[in-house]
Design a protein around this ligand. Structure first.
Ligand SMILES: *Cc1c(COP(=O)(O)O)cnc(C)c1O
Length: 475
């Protein structure tokens, strides 16, 4: 009864259930509460003991759809401005389903020449899209955290080699602390990557000239001179509080002058390269030794999707190949084993949704989307400027706007408290989702615009809901 062998015929029907549910779900995605409190009780229905006899294919899939479409966070809709979260373009979403349908073992060329080839093709397209040299190597990762880890693992290998150590074989024993220099914009995921790599998250030295975190190039240069050996610079192309950028080109100059490794965390900010209006923000990224970015943010492909690019492709092999696994075939230029180039071994063919979306919308489609979001951030900045009860805390960034609710006569402490409550109530309200942060010591909202569905009406709704809740809290 509950053996998949006896349910073979149900597969297509089960997929049809999902496809049938997708239409109404996606049609209402733009108008739903981002988080519907009515969905919360459904979570309990997930529970229960492990079934002895299964319910069978169709009833189980029906249940998952019923609970999921009700209880999930509708974060791929247009009004989820929290964190930096993209949606799924129509082609990317379908491409992701194809990934599951074909269920490829991507990473070993003989297991799927198809998956390897798609990965090679999309990495080429992405380099072209971002203005990175075609000679760069690359690999798809599950996220920007893992892409940061990939770039920094290669950096660590390069640095240890300078100290006469093969860190892949011998580890860190006997090595000094890895010198990592960055601005105050450095993202926690870079620290996490260094933590996983055994370098320690506190090895990052921050050189900031103000409390926003803007880089202090002079102090960084003094430190580079003092290190008197190989060091790693992390440039942050797109920081999450206000959408600002480190001056990548100037960091590239420093790296060049001092023989340092330049890693660029461009999780979402790398997409500035797609438009001539914003490309200056990432000028110099084409001189980086390693570059990390996300697919599940601004590329709008489903989770999980990230990519890492390396100036010297062989650095990936040095950091990640598994030489002792004799049964793993060795690849070459044409037959690449991508599991030798990144932190994963077995992996899904996450290139497929990327291929589908780039094929569907091309450079122009992405340029239009990035420019639209950039313009929407300007619009949000204007609405904040015009509203007497809102206060900008930074000029609108690439696609992030940092501001707070204010009321005359309230000091900063009271305003922090007010904005903290406002942030919590905003999430409870559910019409729009935006997160809070502490920016220059003040509690702030920092909506990020990365979803292809988002339009002016969503931005206007965000502002009006924030003002409505703020007015209620100060009434
Ligand atoms: C989101 C983000 C990351 C981490 O990306 P994940 O995909 O969540 O792992 C790293 N750096 C920056 C600047 C980010 O915005």
């Amino acid at each position: 009864m509950s053996d998949p062998l006896t349910e073979r015929e149900a597969t297509a029907e089960a997929l049809r259930l999902v496809a049938d549910a997708a239409g109404p779900y996606l049609a209402t995605l733009s108008d739903r509460l981002v988080q519907d409190p009515a969905g919360a009780p459904l979570l309990d229905e997930l529970d229960g003991p492990l079934p002895e006899r299964g319910d069978g294919t169709l009833p189980s899939v029906r249940e998952l759809l019923r609970i999921g479409t009700g209880a999930a966070t509708h974060s791929s809709g247009p009004r989820f401005f929290h964190f930096v979260v993209g949606g799924s373009t129509p082609a990317a979403q379908a491409g992701d389903w194809v990934t599951s349908l074909l269920d490829q073992v991507a990473g070993l060329w003989p297991a799927s020449p198809f998956a390897a080839r798609v990965e090679t093709v999309v990495l080429g397209w992405l380099k072209d899209l971002f203005g990175l040299p075609a000679s760069y190597g690359g690999v798809l990762t599950p996220s920007a955290t893992l892409a940061n880890l990939t770039g920094l693992a290669a950096a660590r290998h390069w640095w240890a080699e300078r100290h006469g150590v093969d860190v892949s074989a011998d580890g860190m024993l006997g090595l000094p602390r890895l010198p990592v220099l960055s601005s105050g914009y450095v993202h926690p995921s870079s620290r996490k990557a260094l933590q996983i790599l055994g370098c320690g998250r506190d090895t990052v030295r921050v050189f900031a000239r103000d409390d926003a975190g803007r880089v202090d190039l002079g102090a960084m240069e003094t430190e580079l001179a003092a290190v008197a050996g190989p060091a790693v610079l992390i440039a942050n192309a797109g920081e999450v509080n206000a959408g600002d950028f480190d001056p990548v080109g100037e960091l590239a100059d420093l790296a060049e002058a001092y023989g340092a490794w330049l890693h660029v965390d461009g999780a979402f900010g790398l997409f500035a390269a797609v438009s001539p209006k914003t490309a200056h923000l990432v000028h110099g990224v084409e001189r980086a030794d390693s570059v990390a970015a996300d697919g599940h943010k601004w590329l709008n492909v489903p989770y999980e999707s990230g990519f890492a690019f390396l100036r010297e492709p062989r650095r990936l092999v040095q950091a990640f190949a598994m030489p002792d696994a004799a049964y793993l075939p060795v690849g070459d230029e044409a037959r690449i084993n991508y599991n030798s180039l990144g932190p994963e071994s077995s992996r899904r063919a996450r290139a497929l949704p990327i291929w589908a979306t780039l094929r569907a919308y091309g450079r122009e489609g992405y340029r239009a989307m990035v420019e639209r979001h950039h313009d929407l951030a300007r619009l949000l900045g204007e609405l904040v400027d015009e509203a007497p009860d809102l206060e900008p805390l930074a000029p609108p960034g690439l696609n992030v706007v940092c501001f707070r609710y204010r009321r005359d006569g309230l000091g900063d402490e009271r305003l922090d408290e007010l904005n903290r409550r406002l942030g919590a109530e905003l999430l409870e309200d559910g019409r729009v989702y935006a997160g809070t942060t502490v920016y220059r010591g003040r509690l702030a909202l920092r909506p990020a615009i990365v979803n292809w569905r988002t339009g002016e009406a969503d931005i206007e709704l965000l502002v009006s809901v924030v003002r409505e809740i703020g007015a209620r809290l100060t009434a």
